[in-house]
Design a protein around this ligand. Sequence first.
Ligand code: C2E
Ligand code: MG
Ligand code: MG
Length: 412
Amino acid sequence: MKKAHRNNSPLALMFLDLDEFKAVNDTLGHDMGDVLPKEVTQRICACVREADTVARLGGDEFTVILADLDERYQNVELVAEAILRKLVEPFSLADNVVHISASIGITFYPEDAVTFDELLKNADQAMYAAKDQGRNRYHYFTPVMQEAVQKRMRIANDLRVALADNQFQLYYQPIVELATGAIRKAEALIRWQHPEYGLISPAAFIPIAEETGMIVEIGDWVFRTAVNRVAHWRAAYCADFQVSINKSPVQFAGRGVSHDIWLNQLTELGLPGESVVIEITEGLLLDASNSTKDKLLIFRDAGIQVAIDDFGTGYSCLTYLQKLDIDYLKIDQAFVFNLTPASKNMALCTAIIVMAHELGLKVIAEGIETNEQYELLAAAGCDYGQGYFYSRPVATEEFEELLKGAHPKFAL
Ligand code: C2E
Ligand code: MG
Ligand code: MG
């Protein structure tokens, strides 16, 4: 760095991590795991100039320092590409042929940082971005990336106090029976009023809550709040009203203590299982372990219904529809958006509805925003609809106003 500063020429730091190293280590044993990094080092060295520096930090992590860069940093890209190309060529280790690849993060001195620690951290973050995007590629560090990482850490920390501090709120969005226009169900959707950032969308914080495990506590709070509401609504407005609750795959992992707590809460409120629909995603069922299936069956036995959320956007593995006794398919809003007669989306919606009905399932269309979308879906035989056309998700009091029938659209 001192030399680069003196010569007024930037340098690049690359952080390289092998993608499948652990698998090699585990399958071939540690002896071969020791040989591989040596071979990797030779290949990396073959891609850089004499004056550049290649180092192994340990394990499967390497750094490369490229000095004397041209102004457009063009050679950095070329070197990264050469290294990636070299490393995907098969390795012969004793009698085995091994295939690996690498992910590379790149940062520049002095542009991105001027201390060694910062540079290394940047390169490491950029390497993770390369892994996230599918491995066997390189990624540059960007300040935006840095901000994103910091904001993520901040949100993860703040999530810990959000529950105790009552910063969450549950909104409800009506689910309407298309044939009659009556509100039969509501989806509970969480809202986070952050003291500094304001309203944070669940799409932004649920993934972080999932990563940190906070989703379990948050999910329990959502369930408790929602079933208390539905008890009231069933008593006051509509005896067979249902509340639909989103459940993240993470809540199915682990020991699943929540299930007992949840079922007890229903019993305490004198509610039948039918007052709740659990929304899960296709992804959960794709790699559904037996314990996931068992937990779903516990719900089933208690009478709780199950909906597949965002249907059609994941890897649909249709066998589970039958095997797991699913009750509803929720057509993802991507299919409802731009719905016009004879469009491809129309064909997909119709096909989903026909298939679901043949299997004895009901269909809920998400994201209905216009009268035309409603009419097309109703004509196709869709059972329920949900979307801004009827109402946005609203706070409890406002939802109760809707239930009282104050909203003219429900008289369709
Ligand atoms: P989702 O379960 O698919 O919920 C539907 C999302 O679509 C909601 O976004 C809703 O506000 C939005 N939406 C409804 N109607 C329309 C429409 O007509 N047009 C458009 N453009 N959007 C519409 P929201 O509330 O931001 O929630 C996003 C996602 O966050 C949810 O997707 C769900 O996956 C997750 N989520 C929300 N609450 C919870 C929760 O309590 N637990 C868990 N695990 N996930 C939750
Ligand atoms: Mg949902
Ligand atoms: Mg959905």
